[in-house]
Write a protein that binds this ligand. Structure first.
Ligand SMILES: C[S@@+](CC[C@H](N)C(=O)[O-])C[C@H]1O[C@@H](n2cnc3c(N)ncnc32)[C@H](O)[C@@H]1O
Length: 179
């Protein structure tokens, strides 16, 4: 591939309201005889943050998160979904968000309040939390990042109360169409 340049860009919304970015790229391939072949590629990318947040909201709803519950958000990133969950559990509940990246935790901490806290932490080691301390543990767009999944699953089982719920959303695909 010799060169790649963006030649057009546009944006609108999908039927379910997510932002959609469409781009037309031109890629120049160098052929064996050194002449160039120009190929146009159409990409359509649905805004990932919107999709991620919406899938997280659906997860919270599916899990039936209710006022007064204690919730662990594993891989909370910058804390947008944890903040939404804190509104759902209300002041009698509590949400704890953990993420291994200190910068994300620092950003998330700006959302902290009495029922919402964040800390640096990893799914594979939840030893800082007592056994049976959460009603709900969830991972939104995180589980596929875990290199080893058995240890984290055992950890979730340990920190969940009897009858507690575990919620996992899968990876969200980035491109809706390419050709
Ligand atoms: C795509 S982001 C999702 C963030 C957030 N859950 C959301 O819905 O906006 C994936 C997050 O998983 C975190 N992550 C990656 N490996 C992790 C691990 N081993 N334990 C906990 N979180 C992890 C990343 O640091 C990142 O913040």
């Amino acid at each position: 591939m010799q060169d790649k340049r963006q030649v057009a860009q546009g944006g609108d919304r999908t039927q379910d309201g997510n932002r959609k970015e469409s781009r037309k790229n031109q890629i120049l391939f160098q052929r064996p005889d050194n002449r160039l072949r120009r190929v146009t590629v159409f990409c359509c990318r649905i805004n990932n943050v919107d999709r991620q947040f919406k899938s997280g909201q659906n997860l919270i709803s599916e899990l039936g998160v209710a006022p007064g519950e204690t919730v662990l958000d594993v891989g909370s990133g910058t804390g947008l979904l944890a903040e939404f969950t804190a509104d759902t559990v209300g002041i009698t509940g509590a949400v704890m968000g953990i993420d291994p990246l200190p910068l994300r935790v620092e950003l998330a901490t700006r959302r902290s309040r009495s029922n919402l806290n964040f800390a640096v932490g990893d799914a594979k080691d939840l030893s800082s939390f007592p056994r049976a301390s959460f009603d709900v543990v969830y991972l939104n767009a995180v589980f596929h990042w875990l290199h080893e999944k058995i240890t984290p699953l055992r950890q979730f089982n340990r920190v969940l109360k009897a009858g507690g719920r575990l919620g996992i959303t899968p990876r969200l695909s980035t491109f809706s169409a390419t050709c």
